[in-house]
Design a protein around this ligand. Structure first.
Ligand code: CA
Length: 406
């Protein structure tokens, strides 16, 4: 390769690695990754204490195994449902109908997609819920039910009077939780069936543009509440334990795709105040771009308030704009009456919306640039300055005349 070609390759590489991938025509959003990795998953029911056998019903023949919490190879704690390994799984106590699996993120994150992959049959009824206040209050994302969402036979009444819809055909401008039947059909896969929530399919670009929908997709916790086991009709009165041990909830992986909550102003998630950083974890902090600042890039940098702050969205970068303060201020405040930012606390004896003039009794020093800290000088200092210069000039003339005369 010639030297010129080498140089060309070097510069091409340099440009590619330093160029921001943040588009100029829209906000900036990190690529989604699995938020569950490196975070806490908990369940209110887990098999293994006491030790019990369970059966995996398969078309090729049932397999009977033992769940024993004291033997690592036979234990199935919740942490095995977010370890990134599809061959390990969390498993609830057998034949328990009301079970909750909960993911705790610690800091607000944005959800793009949730996929629960089951080792067992999928539940006949399930509710996916989110919290954005560390689990104090919960809001449903979606209801899942087999055949029909009419829950007349469900004692807790949670599946009554629900709006029923089909995935991909739900109103994008509503955050109402609909009930769908697609993820828990009767002809269920015995293994590795999934239950999904897809924000892109549900809300389209409104998930970047609509404040209510952005808030809806911001979570500190997610939980899946399983409300009804899928059985094969052989669990009626009188069924013995060998039948009932076939039915339980178990999950190989809960994959929650999402990214840090940065209001459309970051492409990279970074560590946030003392957050742990295990390998593979999607961190909660923001590497703020577009001249923004704050833990979620929720405000402009101090000197960049020349227009109101805005979130980056699907059609607008909404970068913060720098105020012109001529180097004499560290911050500015947007003035809605004036339609632009006004510099705060002009320094260096300057004043004005842009610190563009000297204060009373101070004058511009024509020998200095206006952004020089000493560009405004006191009138007395000014006169003394010019007196010195004039005196020097007169002395020079006198000396010159003396030299000429001799
Ligand atoms: Ca696993």
């Amino acid at each position: 390769m010639s030297l010129i070609a080498c140089i060309a390759v070097f510069f091409t590489f340099a440009v590619q690695t330093t160029q921001s991938v943040c588009p100029s025509s829209s906000g900036c959003f990190p690529s989604p990754s699995n938020l569950a990795i490196g975070r806490t998953l908990e369940a209110n029911s887990t098999c293994g204490d006491p030790v019990r056998e369970f059966t995996i019903p398969l078309a090729a023949g049932d397999i009977t195994l033992t769940c024993d919490a004291s033997v690592p190879s036979d234990a199935h704690p919740a942490s095995l449902a977010n370890d990134g390994n599809s061959s390990t799984w969390w498993q609830a106590e057998r034949y328990e109908f009301f079970v909750t699996l909960q993911l705790n993120l610690a800091f607000p994150m944005l959800v793009e997609r949730s996929t629960l992959t089951f080792r067992s049959f999928r539940p006949r009824r399930m509710i996916l819920e989110k919290s954005d206040d560390d689990g104090v209050t919960w809001v449903p994302y979606q209801y899942y039910s087999t055949l029909t969402c009419d829950g007349a036979n469900i004692p807790d009444g949670e599946f009554q009077n629900l709006m029923e819809g089909n995935r991909g055909n739900l109103p994008a401008d509503s955050t109402e939780a609909f009930c769908i039947t697609a993820d828990s059909v009767l002809t269920d896969p015995q293994e590795f069936g999934t239950v999904e929530f897809r924000a892109a399919e549900r809300f389209g670009n409104k998930r970047f543009d609509d404040v209510a929908i952005i808030d809806h997709l911001m979570v500190t916790n997610l939980r899946a509440r399983f409300r009804l086991l899928q059985t094969q009709g052989d669990d009626g009165p009188g069924a013995d334990a060998s039948i009932l041990q076939k039915y339980y909830y178990s999950v190989t992986e809960w994959d929650v795709q999402g990214y840090c909550h940065c209001n459309g102003h970051a492409e990279t998630c970074v560590q946030r105040g003392g957050e742990s950083t295990p390998e593979g974890k999607v961190l909660s902090g923001c590497d703020c771009q577009h001249n923004t600042d704050g833990v979620s890039c929720e405000r402009c940098l101090p000197l960049y308030n020349n227009k109101p702050y805005g979130k980056g969205n699907s059609t607008d970068q909404n970068a913060c704009e720098r105020c012109e303060c001529n180097g004499h201020s560290l911050s500015c405040t947007y003035d809605s009456a004036k339609g632009h930012g006004v510099c705060d606390n002009c320094m260096d004896n300057t004043e004005g919306d842009m610190c563009e003039r000297c204060i009373a009794n101070f004058f511009r020093d024509p020998t200095k640039a206006f952004d020089d800290p000493d560009s405004c000088i006191e009138s007395g200092r000014c006169c003394q300055h010019y007196k010195t210069e004039v005196s020097s000039f007169i002395i020079l003339i006198v000396l010159a005349e003396f030299v000429v005369s001799i």
